[in-house]
Write a protein of this length. Sequence first.
Length: 261
Amino acid sequence: MNSFKGLMKKEWLIGKNALLWLLVVQGGLVFISFLVSRYWEVAGLFYMCTWLIIMMHPLIMILLILGCLSSDGKTQLWIYNPQSAGMLLGCKLLISMVFQMVSIIFSSCLVFVASTIPVSYFQADFQVENSLGIMGLLKVDAFMLTVSIVIAVFLLFLWVVYHALARIHSIKNLRWLLVSALCIGMIMLRDRIVNTVFYQKLDDMWVIKTISETSMTMTDFKLGFYFKAGDTSLLASGLDVIGVVLLFLASCWLLDRKIEV
């Protein structure tokens, strides 16, 4: 437990400045869009900017997880670290998730505060249609966090594979090409699995209502956010969870081989 706390503290100290700058950038973009919308009397720009910050969080997770991985990749500390790969990678994944949650909650607060500002403050005769309440906003946050975790584990696996291939000197300079082919192949494999009859049957069982589709439209006098409810199968989602776990375990197995990073 002390080792786990120590690793988490280390990751926190390494990444806290990045988190702070991330929050500052989000707040700065919203503030700039507020001033521009007020000056040019374009209300849609302000409200659209606040929502785009939430929608971009999967990209933010990519930056967070790659930042955590590159911190040890530059120093090659993993080669000599006595801790297990599961603990090393798990701490990086967990701290990235914590940073992502903080960022998503912060951006949701920005959206909530923005929604309280009257549209007439920016532009007369402008309308904002938003079918999402507080619970809907929480569902969007949960969806973004889930997508971000899947992306993080996927990148974690590809990153470890990339450095594991460095042990094979004959293909060391072609690692990026092989990892790219592996990435495309895994995406195509999942697409084929999703389209199988077995998966389709599972997708119709134990379903719950979730947000399945989002859209945004904007004109000179109207901005609309639309969210479509859909069915999500707990069984099919369970298979996806198993796949994510297997990718994480595969990453740990490769790292335990003491690959050079």
